[in-house]
Design a protein around this ligand. Structure first.
Ligand SMILES: [Zn+2]
Length: 198
């Protein structure tokens, strides 16, 4: 039976790179993947890109998109889909996650979602919460804290070099900066290092 996966991590944990490696593995075996990304991720424009410089075409998922319909549209075009990959899954709604779960069950097709676990305000994203509830398999994509040697578990938001802990959990503006940090460094970030650009 196919499974629903949630591979989660902090910012800079190479989630998109992991997604692209998975897509590459499928493609080299002659298998087809369907890529999906939330429309509100303004960095994308229909492509999944990574800091390593790879790009892949993707279906854009808007608030009122039914992802089951998107999947069926591809099947109707006689496309074979061996796997669905979802980038930035935390930006979807819980309804979208229910639909992805439905794809796995109805079509016996694996769906692998990549995304953040918690926001910089220390809240589970709605979609991430639903993924924790519905996934068959959870996997943490690990990276280390920006400031120390601990594992990063949280995302620190810096605006003009100062930590910000309150606001809209989904904030994709441009000027702020997010760093992967451990909880201790989240609460008490050694900002000096950041300001000096070390
Ligand atoms: Zn730390």
């Amino acid at each position: 039976m196919a499974k629903l996966f949630f591979k989660y991590g902090t910012v800079f944990s190479a989630k998109s790179l992991n997604l692209i490696a998975t897509a590459h593995n499928y493609e080299t075996q002659g298998k087809k993947v369907l890529l999906m990304i939330p429309f509100m991720d303004t960095r994308s424009n229909g492509n999944i890109s990574t800091r390593a410089g790879f790009e892949l075409k993707a279906e854009m998922i808007d608030t009122d998109t039914n992802v089951v319909d998107v999947f069926i549209e591809h099947l109707n075009k006689k496309e074979k889909i061996d796997c669905v990959l979802v980038d930035e899954a935390q930006m979807l709604s819980s309804k979208h996650i229910d639909q992805l779960r439905d794809i796995v069950v109805r079509f016996n097709t694996p769906v692998i979602c990549y995304g953040l676990r918690v926001s910089y305000t220390l809240e589970l994203f709605e979609a991430s919460k639903r993924l924790f509830e519905l996934s068959d398999k959870l996997e943490e994509i690990k990276t280390i804290c920006w400031y120390c040697a601990s594992k990063a578990t949280h995302n620190l938001k810096l605006v003009e070099g100062k930590p910000e802990y309150k606001g809209n959990p989904i904030d994709i503006g441009g000027l702020e900066k997010y760093l992967p940090v451990c909880y201790n460094c989240y609460v008490n970030p050694p900002i000096e290092k950041e300001l000096k650009g070390v």
